[in-house]
Ligand binder design. Structure first.
Ligand code: SF4
Ligand code: FE
Length: 500
């Protein structure tokens, strides 16, 4: 495992030459640019924990391919214990960064691709898994960060990939040569893209026979010719870019993941790095396995964030002198309760994990959907309670420039102090942290990351097995039910079933 800590990870990024734009300008060094450095530091924490005695057991794993010690973010889950350790690791990382640390997307892409490549090979006699294993050993040995690139722009959403007026609205193969393929298109909202080493391109939806050119999985170095990244704006990013240590809310880490557009303008991919090319009947499985893994994560990484937010609000009530109120205690109790409820579902879908034919383990997909669905509600409720307890000054407080001003600084200090002995800076800092963790971009990720709420509801209904529930009710009151003939295997039809 080459990259052993955060410093080595950052050095490795400096050796790359990706083409990244932000506010219309080229970023030369993502580790130092004020817009991207906070995201790099959050991702670097995934490397730092691997050399921390306390967390080594969570942060490291043994490769089933080589037997060597590797970072967990490059590991193919070999059992329920791996799934649970991953969840525990994500919560710790959320607690330490108060932010998205981005590396799970690649991990989920690796796990989805591994099990699906095996199944494609079984059906069509291809050698995708062997190719994938070679690439994965390279990723594991180097300990590289991979961005899982799934979400296409989708253009006219009433039409599928093959019917778009502009064929580039979904990533597709535009040429097949002896040595590989050429792809064109784009992926949007790509978490951690600008500070990853490699891109794992995956299809964004289940596809039909007419979309063969769109059914493509492949790996591309982040600085490959033809790859361009455009880093997205976030709420209050100007405060962060100016290095405002109080007003930015989180001076070390960013509010969320750091998402980017990745455009592929006729990018050549050598055959050894192609892991699906045209097998449309497996696109559904791949997308769903990726989504289920990522939905399971949200009950862990976001609970880490909720721990930080709950701590911030508790501290604020202490230094404002409101902590003894029974309604305050009750609201903080509710914040903890919602957070731990989410964590339960993350642990549960891991504990109910199941072995795919490849040997890689999947989470229980029904419980993973329930987990993420609840994140879209509970995180908002936790944020609502935090704002309720913090008070309106979160939205009206003067800036750090006023706090530091010779003319009005005294007034700000006098009127924004709380309990005697606590510097007003502390109250303003913690208030800005709460503002950053409850504002615009931070919560949008909980709503739409790993799929919008409706995506989970569709799967919850599909996997809810209503026929069985009807049979249960009928049997209790003695109405006989005739059993239907068994359906063909789900995976071969590109659909997944809940297991566990
Ligand atoms: Fe990982 Fe959570 Fe960020 Fe997704 S949102 S990449 S699961 S930290
Ligand atoms: Fe995310």
């Amino acid at each position: 495992m080459k990259l052993k800590n955060g410093a080595e990870y950052m050095d490795s990024l400096r050796r790359l030459k990706p083409r990244i734009y932000y506010k219309g300008e080229l970023i030369k060094d993502v580790t130092r640019h004020p817009a991207t450095a906070p995201h790099v530091r959050a991702a670097a924490m995934t490397y730092a924990l691997a050399s921390d005695k306390e967390y080594k057991d969570l942060a490291l794993a043994t490769s089933h391919l080589t037997g060597r010690t590797i970072g967990r973010f490059t590991h193919v889950h070999q059992g329920v214990e791996d799934l649970i350790k991953k969840v525990k690791l994500l919560r710790v990382l959320g607690q330490k960064t108060g932010s998205c640390f981005q590396r799970c997307v690649g991990l989920d892409g690796i796990n989805a691709t591994y099990s699906v490549a095996y199944e494609i090979d079984q059906k069509y006699g291809t050698d995708y898994l062997e190719r994938f294993k070679k690439w994965l050993i390279y990723i594991q040995d180097e300990n590289l960060m991979v961005v899982g690139a799934m979400t296409d722009p989708k253009g006219d959403r009433s039409k599928g990939p093959a019917d778009q007026p502009d064929p580039d609205q979904y990533v597709h193969v535009v040429e097949r040569r002896n040595g590989g393929i050429v792809i064109r298109g784009a992926k949007l909202h790509m978490t951690g893209a600008v500070n990853s080493h490699e891109i794992l391109v995956m299809p964004t939806t289940a596809m039909d026979e007419r979309s063969k050119d769109y059914a493509v999985v492949c790996a591309i170095p982040i600085d490959a010719p033809g790859v361009t990244l455009i880093f997205g704006r976030q709420a209050s990013d100007d405060r962060r870019d100016r290095g405002e240590r109080i007003d930015s809310g989180k001076p070390t880490f960013a509010a969320v993941g750091g998402e980017a557009v990745i455009a592929f303008e006729d990018v050549f991919v050598p055959r050894q790095r192609v892991f699906m090319d045209g097998e449309t009947d497996f696109t559904g499985s791949l997308v769903y396995r990726f989504a289920a893994h990522h939905r399971a994560n949200y009950g862990a990484c976001k609970t880490g964030l909720m721990d930080v937010l709950t701590g911030a609000v508790t501290y604020l009530t202490q230094i404002q002198g409101t902590d003894k109120g029974s309604h305050v205690k009750d609201k903080i109790t509710e914040m903890i309760h919602l957070c731990e409820t989410l964590y339960c579902s993350s642990i549960a879908c891991s504990a109910e994990g199941w072995k795919t034919p490849s040997g890689a383990y999947m989470v229980n997909t029904m419980l993973a959907n329930v987990c993420k669905q609840n994140v879209t509600r509970f995180h908002f409720e936790v944020a609502r309670l935090a704002l309720d307890l913090a008070g309106g000054f979160i939205a009206t407080m003067p800036s750090q420039y006023d706090l530091e001003s010779e003319e009005v600084g005294g007034l700000v200090r006098k009127y924004f102090s709380g309990v005697a002995g606590i510097p007003p800076e502390h109250r303003m800092k913690i208030a800005r942290l709460i503002e950053a963790m409850t504002g615009g971009t931070a919560l949008v990720e909980s709503m739409h990351g790993a799929g919008s709420p409706q995506a989970q509801r569709i799967m919850i209904l599909r996997e809810g097995d209503l026929e069985k529930k009807v049979r249960l009710a009928k049997s209790i009151i003695g109405i006989p039910t005739r059993k239907k003939a068994a359906k063909p295997a789900a995976a071969s039809k590109g659909k997944e079933k809940s297991r566990g």
